[in-house]
Design a binder for this molecule. Structure first.
Ligand SMILES: [Zn+2]
Length: 368
């Protein structure tokens, strides 16, 4: 049994939250193996443009859904899946891409073990009602906050209907922060919701449910870790780093980071990037002048520069190709090409990006 787990529930079922006192023991194996981080950098291998064999690897796909998030995690057995967010229902092509990517990834299988709606904005829950109606979802997690939109209202009705009929298990991320869920052997999700215990975070973005994914194929191996932060902005990042219990704070340090809030300059504060210390980072964003991104103008040039500064002094696990990313410069109020940091990918340039890991090495392939 991997040291992360206290007990082994059925795949896809929630484990009981760890009491704070359990975390030092939980995290000590990671701390003890810290030198692995340096060693691993020598072991990491780039395999661009080619999908590695999936049999023994965990796969994470950052779907190209424009200005929105949708990420699919597939266990090494190829049979268990987690979907975090579901694209936008306003950005052109977002839902078509979500459906086509899910269909390609899941094939005839209609089962998704865990679905997470980070927060109830339409660029995250745009396809959620459709997912619940068209796939057999076993566990559904959201941030426990209502929204006054038709999209959320319809989704919430469907979610409640499926819970009532016993089809769906529901976890309120606001109450279940630090809950752990075993998805399959060696694959564990941990929910981290900085807004759970404070009234300081009133912005819906800051109330996003964060998800840490750990893949530990071998006992006593450090394994690979991913962090998905939804649209958390600087205020939530600050609560995470300064106000959460030390054990929860440590969970921010990962190998792979889904960049917060589509590369906005309201997220990815320098202290947060430093604490996350990513070997790879992924921005999920729309294009200049398209759909909802006409208003949002993501990503921001200053944010990409922060990641550039990070990757200048911290070697990336895999080097991205050097096509620049067009980003909005809030100072000049113009879009500009920004030189891409070595470890940064962006859906607007790369299309859907697939990351595979055997727990030690990372392999990245891009659709474009
Ligand atoms: Zn968003």
């Amino acid at each position: 049994m991997p040291p992360l787990l206290r007990s082994v529930p059925r795949c896809g079922e929630p484990m009981k939250p760890f009491p704070p006192s359990a975390f030092p023991g939980l995290l000590s194996p990671v701390a003890a193996l810290a030198p692995w981080r340096a060693l691993r950098r020598w072991l990491l291998v780039a395999l661009l443009g080619t999908a590695a064999a999936a049999a023994e690897k965990l796969r994470v796909q950052f779907f190209d859904v424009g200005q929105g998030d949708a990420t699919l995690i597939t266990c090494p057995d190829g049979r268990h899946h987690v979907l975090i967010d579901s694209g936008d229902n306003k950005y052109p092509g977002s839902q078509d891409n979500l459906r086509s990517e899910l269909s390609k990834a899941l094939g005839a299988s209609k089962q998704i073990d865990v679905v997470v709606a980070s927060h109830p904005h339409s660029d995250h829950i745009g396809g959620m009602e459709w997912v619940l109606k068209n796939y057999s979802v076993r566990t559904y997690i959201d941030n426990g906050r209502p929204a006054e939109t038709t999209t959320w209202g319809n989704l919430d009705r469907e979610r409640k209907r499926q819970v009532k009929t016993g089809k769906l298990t529901y976890i309120d991320g606001k109450k279940g922060s630090l809950t752990q869920i075993k998805v399959c052997d060696g694959v564990v999700l941990t929910l981290i919701t900085p807004s759970a215990n404070t009234t300081k975070l009133s912005d819906p973005n800051d109330q996003s449910v964060g998800v840490r994914l750990d893949y530990q194929p071998l006992k006593n191996q450090r394994g690979a870790s991913f962090l998905f932060v939804g649209d958390m902005e600087e205020a939530a990042e600050k609560v995470w780093l300064d106000a959460l219990a030390p054990e929860a704070r440590k969970l921010v340090d990962v190998d792979v980071l889904k960049v917060g809030h589509h590369g906005s300059d309201t997220s990815s504060s320098v202290p947060f990037i430093n604490a996350a210390s990513p070997d790879l980072a992924f921005v999920m964003c729309g294009a200049q002048g398209v759909g909802t991104n006409i208003r949002y103008q993501h990503p921001r040039a200053s944010t990409l520069r922060h990641y550039g500064d990070w990757f200048k002094t911290h070697p990336a696990a895999v080097t991205a190709h050097d096509v620049p990313i067009r980003a909005y410069n809030a100072e000049t109020k113009r879009w500009q090409p920004v030189e891409r940091p070595a470890g940064l990918w962006a859906s607007v340039v790369d299309g859907t990006v697939t990351v595979e890991t055997d727990g030690t090495r990372f392999f990245v392939s891009t659709a474009k």
